[in-house]
Design a protein. Structure first.
Length: 427
């Protein structure tokens, strides 16, 4: 990895415009500071039941609705997926629906990807085509139904269909292309003169993140923590806080990075909660991660792999994602950012250990995509393990949350106070 990066050092940051690094095609709820509008609790169409039929040659997916909706179906490669974009729908399916599939559908997920827009993502057992996708009127005592018919094809046929379904007029799988590509680099303060800290609650919408055996999801736990952290930091008004999401919406990893860069963030803090499969022991405690080419240990490597899957889960077209941003910038240009990231990570550990139980190795590093802004010090905090009962109890407790939020806020304030002094007037 590092070897490849070395070929690109001379390119530097400045010669790469933000548009090249972050082309349109990611799902962006909105540009600017109002990143995520709270979705209005309106009367969205309701999806009440789902059925799968067929085998590895032909598979049919049927979703019962209470009214007709428009759909847009397309394919994605690496891994093989089929995606159905639909208007915002209230999914009232049985818990666990989609965890196991049938025939060509290995599994499927559903949920919000943007305000007003839901999505269904099918993980396919192999290359397949969307033979038909349509919505039937209510008839013969049956409700309106969304029907998707998949048919197995070979890899070459799949690739031809992929080009056709992502044709030039679309060129993207996104229902709402990003219009704003004005990424600024180097600014440490916002337009109103206050330093900007971007808080990034992991996952959201169609991507639940980890899940406790009792049903609590990472996406909800980390959103609650992030909102409390924002409120705490904003109390004294010295710093501007921008959230990558404020509700249950899916935000692609590159979009999270873009939000940090385009707002000239002085710090990016991504909030997560880990889980271990039962057979892999019962780790607990908080861990703070920074970016590195080579993972600090096997657990960090596993975690980065899992966290980096968020885009595949959300139905983002990975072949169009700028996967090698950090490869280009990883060395000289990013060295200063890394020094700041590591400094903040240590500061954060020292504050957090006063209120939260820390993992036995609390500082680690790995190749997290969400930490790859070359010019924004970035850390990822795993608050604890939802797979550990004691950790989960803590993460659900208001008392633990407010104590830990206070500690994280204190570390952020200490870091930014120093940063602003030393960075003035330029980055
Ligand atoms: Zn996570």
């Amino acid at each position: 990895m590092a070897g490849r990066a070395n070929h690109f050092i001379l390119l530097g940051i400045a010669s790469l415009c933000a548009a090249a690094l972050f082309p349109p095609g990611t799902i962006s709820p909105a540009a600017g500071n109002e990143l995520v509008r709270p979705s209005v609790a309106g009367d969205f169409p309701v999806a009440s039941e789902v059925r799968l039929a067929g085998d590895l040659k032909q598979t049919r997916f049927i979703l019962d609705l209470d009214k007709k909706i428009d759909i847009h179906a397309f394919l994605l490669a690496d891994p093989y997926r089929a995606v159905i974009d639909i208007p915002q729908v209230s999914f009232r399916l049985a818990p666990g629906a989609g965890d196991t599939g049938r025939g060509l559908i290995k599994a499927f997920r559903y949920g919000l990807v943007m305000p007003g827009g839901s999505r269904i993502v099918f993980d396919l057992a192999g290359p397949a085509k969307i033979e038909k996708a349509y919505v039937l009127d209510a008839a013969n005592g049956q409700p309106p139904r969304l029907v998707v018919e998949l048919e197995a094809v070979d890899r070459a046929a799949f690739n031809r269909l992929l080009v056709a379904s992502n044709g030039p007029e679309r060129g993207t799988n996104s229902p709402a292309p990003v219009a704003d590509t004005t990424g600024s680099t180097g600014a440490v303060v916002s337009a109103d003169g206050r330093p900007v800290v971007v808080i990034d609650p992991g996952h959201g919408g169609i991507d639940n993140g980890t899940q406790a055996s009792t049903g609590e999801t990472e996406k909800d736990l980390v959103l609650a923590f992030a909102v409390a952290l924002r409120d705490r930091i904003e109390q004294d008004g010295k710093y501007q806080v921008i959230m990558t999401r404020t509700d249950d919406t899916f935000v692609p990893l590159a979009e999270r990075v873009r939000i940090a860069r385009s707002n000239g963030a002085a710090l990016f803090v991504s909030i997560h909660a880990d889980a271990l499969p039962r057979r892999e022991g019962d780790a607990r405690g908080a861990t703070i991660y920074t970016l590195s080419d080579k993972a600090s240990d096997a657990e960090a490597e596993r975690l980065a792999e899992t966290e980096n899957k968020a885009d595949a889960i959300g139905g983002v077209n990975l072949t169009e994602e700028p996967t090698d941003v950090a490869d280009i910038l990883i060395d000289l240009a990013q060295r200063e950012t890394r020094t700041f990231s590591n400094r903040f990570a240590r500061l954060l550990m020292n504050e957090m250990k006063t209120s939260a139980r820390m993992h036995k190795h609390p500082l680690k590093s790995a190749g997290f995509r969400v930490l790859k802004a070359p010019d924004v010090p970035s850390v990822l905090v795993e608050l604890g393990y939802v797979s550990n009962r004691a950790d989960l109890r803590q993460m659900l407790s208001d008392d633990w949350r407010s104590r830990t939020v206070r500690a994280v806020a204190k570390a952020i304030e200490t870091f930014l106070a120093k940063r602003v002094v030393s960075a003035s007037p330029a980055h």
